[in-house]
Design a protein around this ligand. Structure first.
Ligand code: GRG
Length: 297
């Protein structure tokens, strides 16, 4: 079997051609926010979440085109979260994916509007797709919950922004897990559950995919935190070594790089074992999970 990076690249090349069609370039003052949405959306992301959705759907023989609108919507929400996270009021970053962040390429107000535009458009993309209505409702409900402020990504961002490592002395590990499960985990869990919904999975299969996704979500964030400490800025494409200065609470800041790496490895090993019930159809998902540990960006 070919290297998973090659498989992912082939998928993302195809996906990039398709997602571009959702946001055409139009030179008109009214479309300034649309052009900023397009700039950030086509700015070279790895497309891990759409790929994960495609692979989960494939476990149930759901084809690329059926899963596409849901994958597009998810990538739009992911991109909106990065645009807003980069703003001066949040992480204040100048670089994202190796290029100027949205507010640097445009301006702050346009970046806020571009994020808002991607968030709302995501739901339109699913609701106007050719999926059956009951699936649209289930997929839209779940996407709003997973990206939302009560028990979703926004709640995780709040915990991340307002938790100071120096002020938390007990239950550090629980707080880290809760923050990461929400901030990073929700958008990695969504594609696994959405794939199961598209494929009319059994309750048991859905539960297994949920546990798998929880594990890879935490492992993915641990790798991200390790990259913040020892990654190469040119390869990662953003400013690094910020977590320590910002007193971020994460597995690396409390246990150090090696122990954090061990934790990520054991989560991935557990996740891979869970996929055995899907047989050879899960090979790409298993390889992707291993890649989460070794990725350099
Ligand atoms: C602003 C509502 C709001 C939420 C922000 C996504 C996020 C929450 C913050 C971004 C910073 C961060 C470290 C998030 C954790 C998830 C993560 C590692 C995102 C980057 O995902 P990749 O590596 O990015 O898949 P690409 O660029 O490949 O799409």
């Amino acid at each position: 079997m070919s290297d998973i990076r090659e498989v992912l690249l082939n998928y993302s090349n195809k996906f990039n051609q398709d997602i571009e069609k959702y946001i055409p370039q139009i030179d008109s003052p009214q479309y300034r926010a649309v052009n900023a949405m397009r700039y950030s959306l086509l700015n070279g992301g790895k497309r891990l979440r759409p790929f994960l959705l495609h692979e989960t759907a494939s476990l149930f023989d759901v084809d690329y085109n059926t899963a596409l609108p849901v994958a597009v919507a998810l990538e739009m929400i992911h991109t909106y979260s990065l645009i807003h996270d980069d703003l001066p009021a949040m992480d204040n970053d100048d670089m994202r994916r190796g290029k100027p962040t949205c507010h640097k390429a445009y301006d702050e107000a346009t970046a806020i509007l571009a994020g808002d535009g991607l968030l709302t458009y995501a739901f339109e993309v699913i609701s106007t797709s050719s999926l059956i209505d009951s699936k649209k409702v289930e997929l839209i409900t779940l996407l709003s919950q997973y990206s939302g402020a009560f028990n979703g990504m926004i709640a995780g961002q709040v915990l991340d922004m307002y938790t100071d490592k120096n002020e938390i002395t007990s239950n550090q590990e629980d707080i880290i897990k809760q923050t990461q499960a929400l901030k990073t985990g929700c958008l990695l869990r969504y594609p696994c559950i959405a794939g199961a919904i598209l494929g009319d999975s059994s309750k048991e299969e859905r539960e297994i995919l949920n546990t798998f996704a929880k594990n890879i979500g935490i492992a993915f964030q641990i790798t991200d935190d390790i990259l913040d400490v020892e990654g190469d800025e040119k390869v990662v494409g953003k400013t690094l070594k910020k977590d320590k200065a910002q007193h971020k609470l994460n597995f690396v800041s409390i246990y150090g790089v090696e122990k954090a790496r061990e934790k990520a490895t054991s989560l991935i090993t557990e996740a891979i074992d869970l996929l055995n019930i899907f047989g050879s159809k899960a090979e790409n998902m298993k390889s992707l999970s291993r890649y989460f540990l070794t990725r350099k960006y």
